[in-house]
Design a protein around this ligand. Structure first.
Ligand SMILES: NC(=O)C1=CN([C@@H]2O[C@H](COP(=O)(O)OP(=O)(O)OC[C@H]3O[C@@H](n4cnc5c(N)ncnc54)[C@H](O)[C@@H]3O)[C@@H](O)[C@H]2O)C=CC1
Ligand SMILES: O=C(O)[C@@H]1CCC=N1
Length: 272
């Protein structure tokens, strides 16, 4: 990783999270370059992370070992077709775009070595969770390069089938937003119960942090940790009964299914 040169095509939210995580892990600014058409975005990411952010995608990929495609899925075809003539042999393509199949990327770019991955924004703090899938043409060394890139910013798990990327998108790619939604809802409910807004917010955030840290550190699963909070006939039981009476698990399953479906739909719509 220390000598690998990485180019990010698109310097938006997810790219900035990855860049921030890599910089925090000690990857030198001189080894990371990004491109983005937005002047404000270029200035922001350059200032925040001390890296060069250029307007031209072709310039960004010059001398890069790894090219990370980090634009929205909707512009990926145009971006790849315009970028194809600027790529060099041996460069590894890593796409973080939701939905877009590796076969489409390979066709648009004229490149076979593609790693599709689905990271998430906590990468910014080194707490990311990514699933990775490599096409058959990706060499062992390139697999290692991709894994090093993503494991520098959190956990990185290989998948056997490309289709599983849709499920990873539903669980961890979009997942931070589900927890943020729960935090928003708990804070609002705490306020309704009479807490000052900042008190409700701080208690909610610290509880989320504490619960996540406990779940990660514990040798028992979240089900047992939940049981330990739940006194018979107590307050937690009342709340959990209310959640379950309102089909909480089924709600979560339906939400993740919707994300998985949307990922497949993006592939159908945008992968042609
Ligand atoms: N935001 C998230 O939590 C996650 C996003 N992703 C994927 O990451 C990709 C980027 O998503 P975000 O960062 O959220 O979007 P974003 O909109 O914040 O970033 C996209 C960036 O691409 C730039 N861009 C547009 N056209 C371009 C072009 N022709 N050449 C170069 N750059 C161009 C935009 O100016 C923008 O800054 C998407 O494909 C998304 O599916 C994956 C995992 C999580
Ligand atoms: O919402 C999206 O489509 C992207 C992919 C996963 C998280 N954000």
């Amino acid at each position: 990783m220390s000598t690998t040169r990485i180019a990010f095509i698109g310097a938006g939210n997810m790219a900035a999270s990855l860049i921030g995580g890599l910089r925090a892990q000690g990857v030198p600014a001189s080894h990371i370059r990004a491109s983005d058409p937005g002047a404000e975005q270029r200035a922001k990411v350059a200032a925040e992370h001390g890296i060069e952010v250029v307007e031209s995608n072709a310039e960004a990929v010059r001398d890069a070992d790894v090219v990370v495609l980090a634009t929205k899925p909707q512009v990926m075809k145009a971006v790849c077709e315009a970028l194809a003539p600027s790529l060099s042999a041996g460069q590894l393509i890593v796409s973080i775009a939701a939905g877009i199949p590796s076969a489409s990327l390979a066709r648009w770019l004229g490149v076979d070595s593609i790693v599709r991955c689905m990271p998430n924004t906590p990468a910014l703090l080194g707490e990311g969770a990514s699933g990775l899938y490599a096409t058959a043409a990706v060499s062992a060394e390139q697999r290692q390069q991709a894994e090093q890139l993503l494991s520098a910013v959190g956990i990185a798990l290989w998948l056997d089938e490309e289709k599983q990327i849709d499920a990873v998108t539903a669980v961890s790619g979009s997942g931070p937003a589900y927890f943020f939604l729960l935090m928003e809802a708990m804070t609002a409910a705490g306020e309704k119960l009479g807490l000052a807004p900042d008190v409700a917010a701080r208690l909610t955030l610290q509880t989320a942090l504490g619960a996540a840290r406990m779940a990660v550190a514990s040798d028992v699963g979240p089900d047992e940790l939940r049981r330990r909070v739940t006194s018979p006939n107590g307050t937690t039981e009342a709340a959990i009964k209310s959640f379950q009476g309102n089909a909480f698990e089924s709600l979560v399953e339906q939400a993740l299914q919707a994300a998985d479906n949307r990922s497949a739909e993006l592939a159908e719509q945008l992968g042609q």
